[in-house]
Design a protein around this ligand. Structure first.
Ligand code: CMC
Length: 378
């Protein structure tokens, strides 16, 4: 009999070979296609980074122009999808609305022409273009308003912020939001990417791949942590309360949201960039009392848990940035999804290039040869 080792959470088990991104968790390094995240955050745009991740190299200026043009002109969603979204309950979580809407796209584009590069390109463009429109549409519709039509004269991030508020955003706010999307675009073999690859390996359509990954991203141990960080900062309420709050968490063995990572054992490089972006926003638009609480939290957590390699992760400062941009807390995770659809699509393409369906095994620890008990005897 074959003996197989069981690793809870598949820790340390390689689920795929990938050339998309790389993390060095000891040194705090993240690279997309070999380029350091700090360099992309400074010099690139979200759509250029998406091109890099999905097609493997930086685009020429012609390639980028064409890609941006295609995405810009596919932003509108079908009225039937809007009508379907109008029936969603206002109390539903926007991640659930997004998962349902992404899956519904597959109803309209259900052809699975996975060997055809035109089909692949169309799906990439359509998903990158429409996911922000669907997030913004649900936000307005749940408040009883009609969705705002996308504006073709605005860039990707500026258009999303415009669709949320119907106001053209400040250029610094739009640039900072674009950098946030770059930072969240891809992150090796995390739970949602694994989910995307498993779904992709069955050769289903890319809309099902994205819908399944959105469902996985929503949990509080993954993308959902950024919402909980803001709730936690509100609950703490003052710098003086940071230490007693954290000591209480540690005593109860409760996880502190926005801290810790399976791979990083130092501060997540994305958290460092996000902290800097938060400071830029506060310098221009006024300070935020939660920022000071956050900085004190980082100090106390490092003192208490630094020896275990527990430092701020990407979710710790992202919520502060989004809150300052006026974005409601329960849209933080859908925004993570807007960015991460890039990584999921890159992994979808990579999975298809050398596909083998995922079919792991299990260690059975149940009973054998049990006789059936009649219902009246139980
Ligand atoms: N607060 C307090 N203790 C922690 C934390 C935390 N946030 N994270 C890990 N630890 C401790 C944990 O109690 C354990 O201690 P011990 O060895 O004494 O039992 C040790 O560190 C290892 O923790 P683990 O839970 O086995 O680590 P993991 O790799 O399974 O979990 C994690 C990683 C991200 C799920 C976890 O750190 C966590 O739950 N963090 C809070 C939620 C969060 O911020 N999630 C966002 C993750 S980054 C973005 C993303 O993936 O979407």
């Amino acid at each position: 009999m074959m003996v197989c080792e069981y690793k809870p959470g598949l820790e340390g088990i390689a689920a795929a070979q990938s050339s998309i991104s790389n993390v060095d968790g000891q040194k705090g390094i993240l690279e997309y296609r070999g380029i350091r995240i700090e360099e992309l955050a400074e010099k690139s745009t979200f759509l250029e980074t998406a091109y890099l991740l999905i097609w493997g190299q930086l685009p020429t200026s012609e390639e980028l122009k064409e890609f941006e043009h295609e995405v810009r002109h596919h932003r509108r969603i079908k009225y039937r999808i809007r009508d379907m979204m109008k029936c969603f309950p206002e109390s539903g979580h926007p991640m659930d609305a997004l998962q349902a809407s992404a899956a519904a796209l597959g109803l309209f584009y259900s052809r699975r022409d996975l060997h055809n590069p035109i089909y692949i390109r169309d799906a990439v463009v359509r998903l990158l273009a429409t996911i922000p429109t669907m997030v913004a549409a649900f936000q307005l519709m749940r408040k009883g308003n009609d969705p705002v039509r996308p504006r073709d004269d605005l860039d990707y991030s500026a258009n999303f912020l415009y669709m949320l508020s119907e106001k053209e955003p400040d250029p610094l706010a739009a640039r900072i939001f674009d950098v946030c999307l770059i930072l969240h675009a891809e992150h090796t073999m995390n739970a949602s990417t694994f989910s995307a690859r498993v779904t992709a390996s069955t050769l289903t359509d890319p809309y099902a791949v994205v819908a399944s990954a959105v469902g996985t991203l929503g949990g509080p141990l993954h993308g959902g942590a950024n919402e909980e960080v803001i709730q936690m900062l509100e609950e703490i309420g003052s710098i003086a309360n940071v230490r007693p709050y954290l000591e209480d968490c540690l005593e109860r063995k409760a996880k502190i949201m926005g801290f810790g990572h399976r791979v990083y054992k130092v501060k997540d490089p994305r958290a460092t960039i996000l902290q800097d972006l938060a400071q830029q926003l506060f310098a221009k638009f006024g300070s935020d009392k939660y920022y000071d609480i956050a900085v004190e939290m980082e100090r106390v957590v490092e003192e208490k848990l630094g020896h275990k390699g527990i430092y701020p992760n990407v979710d710790f400062y992202s919520g502060l940035v989004y809150a300052k941009l006026g974005i409601p807390t329960d849209l933080f995770t859908p925004i993570f999804a807007i960015a991460r659809v890039t990584g999921w699509l890159a992994h979808w393409k990579e999975q298809l290039a050398e596909n083998r369906i995922f079919r792991p095994t299990q260690v059975y620890n149940g009973l054998h040869e049990i006789a059936y008990t009649a219902i009246e005897e139980r």
